[in-house]
Design a binder for this molecule. Structure first.
Ligand code: AKG
Ligand code: FE2
Length: 270
């Protein structure tokens, strides 16, 4: 395990990290905030979706996948047990706690296939237009992830690529979300996610929500969003390309790098 810890130290150093004694005041405040997003699916605003029951849990992963290798957001690979040692240890004082972000878009491993089988796509989610003919084409944009993160880890403000929309089911813990409409112009900064959330707690046009375990949040295409894990979390998330957003998707695929996917897409459009 010693070796694994050294690797985590290196991974943190690559992120320009300094150890900190973080203040948890804001985390407590956000945990107690019961603001959420409206129920139901609409193309133009974030929402809480009803989701089929998901049998994936940390226990399931520990029993079935503790030795599997998973990727962090920065690409480094660790076994699940190595990562959990980090998440419950050193991560608590890392300025930028490392987030496990495993791409499950294409899986050839038996255990990871089982994880994918436990991904319940909400019934209300419309058809993914990449899913039929372009399903297994090389270069298809990545669309499905397993997320595990300690408190204060999370995702910086971004828009999901290729004009896709997303759903995100939280299986354990709590997440704080901020949503901003497509016309918002963000400022570029290098703050940690926790610092960013502290300083951007009251953007007038933002929608803030605390997601609880069992809830599925929907992110409409083009909406900015940032997420901070308020406790240790386990979540699954999937993006889809919706017919409604065809023009945007077309533009982004056509502007993307050459790939078999792009070629096949272009030939389908002709
Ligand atoms: O950290 C999260 O839960 C949000 C993930 C996300 O926004 C994404 O995968 O695009
Ligand atoms: Fe996202």
């Amino acid at each position: 395990m010693e070796g694994a810890l050294d690797l985590f130290a290196m991974a943190s150093a690559l992120m320009d990290d300094e150890d900190v004694k973080p203040s948890y005041d804001k985390i407590k405040e956000w945990l107690e905030d019961d603001s959420t997003v409206e129920y139901g699916f609409s193309d133009s605003r974030p929402g809480v979706l009803t989701c089929n029951n998901c049998e994936l849990s940390l226990e399931w992963l520990l029993i079935n996948a503790s030795r599997e290798s998973f990727a962090l957001f920065n690409g480094a690979q660790f076994s699940l047990t190595e990562y959990l040692d980090y998440a419950y240890g050193r991560a608590l004082t890392d300025r930028n706690p490392l987030y496990l972000f495993e791409d499950l878009s294409i899986v050839d491993n038996v255990i990871k296939k089982k994880i994918v089988d436990l991904f319940p796509v909400p019934d209300c989610v419309p058809k993914d237009i990449f899913d039929d003919i372009l399903r297994d084409v090389q270069g298809r944009p990545r669309f499905r992830w397993l997320l595990i993160g300690p408190e204060r880890s999370g995702s910086h403000l971004h828009i999901d690529p290729f004009g896709t929309s997303a759903w995100n089911t939280l299986l354990q813990g709590s997440k704080r979300w901020v949503f901003l409409p497509p016309q918002y112009i963000p400022q570029h900064d290098k703050k940690s996610i926790y610092e960013w959330f502290q300083e951007n707690d009251k953007i007038p046009e933002a929608l803030y929500a605390t997601q609880k375990a069992g809830e599925t949040f929907f992110v409409p295409a083009g909406w900015w969003h940032a997420v901070i894990n308020l406790e240790f979390t386990l979540a699954i998330t999937q993006n889809w390309a919706s017919e409604i957003n065809l023009e945007k998707i077309k533009k982004e695929v056509e502007e993307s790098r050459p790939s078999e996917f792009k070629e096949q897409w272009l030939s389908l459009q002709r």
